[in-house]
Write a protein of this length. Structure first.
Lengths: 133, 133, 133, 133
């Protein structure tokens, strides 16, 4: 699936979703989350759950870009460290495939505030891949 | 802080939040997330990010019920395993304090679909506690 | 497999292993690690890797007590939080099954210094179960 | 601290330790673990606990190379994914600093069997840094 395919699928599957797939080539994927004042938490910074959701989404995009439209790929584990507060900014999430096995895919994700060098969060995400019929 | 205090704080801090604190006594906390069709993902089940956000919220409630209104307590690590699909249901998250130190608090969370025995997700969440002034 | 079966298997598979299975009933398992001065780290306390190894072992025991002797059950993910220093003491690890699916088993583990109430470490461990032939 | 300093400290603090610091420059660190038949698990492959211990060690080396000899830096969280079996081989662990804050340091680690391209394990490790006196 291409970024355009993925954005169309996401728009249909997650009508409230706001992340935009900018790249997805089977090995890496990039999603941008435009800043939304509704995602702010105390400290005037984008909230942790917003970053967790973005980490999950960029890995979903990465996996589907590799294996095709298998919507029932599901997250089994997500572990995230919050490193710095992003403030009020678009977030850029970049995922990289660590392993794509028969039943499990493991990817790591770095999230940065747009324009920042240092990541605001780092996640490792495992998906379960549905068996081939 | 009591559940009523926490719900008032959350309403103010997270105008879009929907989780309701039902218990919070410094050692345990329970939050309910009423079902919302907007939280569905493929498979007709409440999405992973919805559960991650709930896990984060119930631990925030637990910690504030113990240390008082310190909004700048922030999540440093969240690790979640998704165990079963909850389907379309209210979610009940129950948190338990594993350690409250000077600078870090670690809690575990079980999330169940309302009425289910087996958890649909299990998380461990670490918050950083701001230093006393 | 019973605790006696498991201890015999472990003795054979891990000649250097020192953990003793005290209980394993398919839902919970308990292993004791006798104190060994060789496991000390700076601070005069049992080291983190010693606790990680014990967490991994007690879950292996738990899973084999449920599914029988399948040595190729392998850990896919282990996440551990170190909560308090155990000092110089036997360690008692207690595991509880959170989910046993067709291909993945998820368990949580609390480790305590012998005689202590509060856990010194808490882990969540996922094993991959080999497919039935 | 230089690699030579770190190897001297490790030899003293962990007489049974076998990992060798090959690089440690405050931003990255590399440790090699020579193959030892005693570290084998069923499947004729280096065991998971061996890799967990190595991940913990390489991050300890990385942090001490940055902050100096502070032996009471302690692991607070370690999360590891096992990706492929390394077989019988030396292991090379490479750590990279994600964040060094006042009280917490977060690093990621890739472990490879010597000569392999793909990692056999990936870990994220958080240490607590003792406060300056």
């Amino acid at each position: 699936m291409t970024p355009a395919d993925l954005n169309a699928f996401f728009k249909d599957a997650f009508p409230n979703g706001r992340a935009i797939v900018e790249r997805a080539d089977g090995e890496t994927a990039i999603c941008r989350l435009p800043f939304d004042p509704g995602s702010i938490r105390p400290g005037d910074t984008v909230s942790g759950p917003t970053m967790m959701s973005l980490a999950d989404t960029v890995v979903y995009a990465l996996i589907l870009s590799r294996i095709g439209l298998q919507p029932m790929a599901v997250t089994t584990n997500l572990s995230i460290n919050f490193l710095r507060m992003p403030g009020r900014a678009d977030l850029i999430a970049e995922a990289r495939m660590l392993k794509l096995g028969k039943s499990l895919a493991v990817s790591e994700v770095a999230i940065r505030a747009d324009g920042a060098d240092a990541p605001c969060a780092h996640a490792v995400v495992t998906y379960s891949i549905p068996p081939k019929r």
